[in-house]
Design a protein around this ligand. Structure first.
Ligand code: FMN
Length: 188
């Protein structure tokens, strides 16, 4: 299977990176083709709402998003991970998602579903420093819209609260095991 992974955290060695490292260990790279995008290191311009993709389904901006479009188009499984920032996904994650308006247009205006493969699945991983899950719920709405637009019908959310400092996730009683189990389900 082709598995596309997005890391939307800017913090090197942070909680999201730690969880993604555990997630990737579960995937046998001799069998599966894994492509990881560290969004913080990429040059991706925000959507300009120019309307270009309304007509063609293709974004007019030629930047590093082109590699992501190709990867999403071919992916059988997608993992997207971001910390909660101001009750939503990180800016790095949101810029990438907004550029997927091109897929939205392809699907809903041009009526060409980007992939008709049943069984395309997704996993959303998030962490937030606050005790309540407001940020996780808000972020999940954005991710649901993302998965809908790129035609990923089956997806799961793994969200962890009270994860603030670097490494806090390692103290969580179940996070690592939950992540491993979720990736095993994703690969089924
Ligand atoms: C700019 C910024 C905004 C944040 N906003 C929230 C928030 O609204 N809710 C929350 O639960 N945590 C918030 N946090 C805390 C982070 O989600 C938390 O520290 C997380 O563990 C960071 O993940 P990372 O180590 O992968 O970067 C915020 C952190 C930053 C830097």
């Amino acid at each position: 299977m082709k598995i596309t992974v997005f890391n939307g955290s800017p913090r090197s060695g942070g909680n999201i990176e730690l969880l993604l490292n555990e997630a990737i260990k579960v995937i046998d790279t001799k069998i599966h083709d894994v492509e990881i995008f560290n969004l913080n290191n990429m040059h991706i311009k925000p959507c300009q709402d120019c309307g270009g993709c309304n007509i063609t389904g293709i974004c007019v901006i030629e930047d590093e998003m082109v590699a992501i479009y190709n990867s999403i188009r071919r992916a059988d499984r997608i993992i997207i991970a971001t910390p909660v920032f101001f009750s939503g996904v990180s800016a790095q994650t949101k810029i990438m998602i907004d550029r997927c308006q091109a897929f939205w247009c392809e699907k809903y205006i041009l009526k060409r579903d980007i992939r008709n493969l049943y069984g395309r699945k997704g996993l959303f991983i998030t962490v937030g420093g606050r005790k309540n899950d407001t940020g996780i719920k808000c972020s999940e709405e954005t991710i649901k819209a993302f998965f809908r637009s790129i035609s990923v019908p089956y997806h799961e959310t793994l969200g962890f609260v009270s994860i603030e400092k670097k490494g806090d996730i390692l103290e969580h009683p179940t996070a690592i095991k939950d992540t491993i189990n979720a990736v095993e389900r994703l690969l089924q």
